[in-house]
Design a protein. Structure first.
Length: 206
């Protein structure tokens, strides 16, 4: 692309760094901003800067938060004894959109994947074990993507929790093996959570 303005080119370059945004899409976004009122664009930029500078991660579950503890963990109406273990914040948003789950979460920050150089020590696994040891946790629901990495992570954590007396389940496989929770429709995801099964049964059926 040839640009008559270095400022325009620079803005396009920055937008194209975002995932899923190519140069043409970036150009459309930048040109749209140029059509907007200057005060609106300023507010847009200030919101992004404030988000990056002030957003926190919950000290309990590692979800995004505006304070040290997220709004889900601090909600007395949620079932604090029930923890849904997910890979990332995207899955929290997906599950919350079903409006079928009223427990808390634990965000691992990824899954075990030796080929990608990701081991257990790089994930929030110890924080989960500490929660089970210190809190009155009755059930863990694993809601990881149905693939080899997800299964490996479930198996590893289950072994870490051995002897702690907590019920361990996984969502029902209404989601195809190799699929991603983030892109599942709300009805399928809701049914998968409602019809969860013991991890032992899931492993034996694979």
């Amino acid at each position: 692309m040839q640009f008559s303005s270095e400022l325009l080119e620079s803005a396009v370059q920055e937008f194209s760094r975002l995932p899923g945004i190519g140069k043409k899409t970036a150009l459309r976004l930048v040109l749209h901003l140029l059509k907007m009122d200057a005060s609106a664009v300023q507010g847009f930029g200030e919101t992004l800067i404030r988000m990056r500078q002030e957003i926190k991660f919950c000290q309990r579950c590692y979800n995004v938060a505006d304070a040290d503890i997220c709004s889900i963990c601090s909600n007395s109406m949620r079932k604090q004894e029930l923890i849904c273990v997910v890979e990332s914040i995207r899955e929290v948003i997906a599950i919350e959109s079903t409006q079928q789950y009223n427990g808390t979460y634990h965000v691992l920050g990824g899954v075990i994947s030796p080929l990608d150089g990701i081991g257990p020590d790089q994930l929030n696994i110890e924080g989960l074990v500490n929660r089970v040891q210190k809190e009155d946790v009755q059930e863990l629901i694993f809601a990881l993507n149905p693939n080899i990495q997800g299964d490996t992570t479930i198996y590893y954590i289950q072994k870490k929790l051995h002897g702690l007396g907590v019920k361990v389940t996984t969502i029902a496989r209404g989601i195809a093996f190799g699929g991603e929770l983030e892109y599942a429709d709300e009805m399928t995801l809701a049914r998968s959570i409602t019809n969860r099964q013991p991890v032992e049964s899931y492993v034996m059926n694979r």
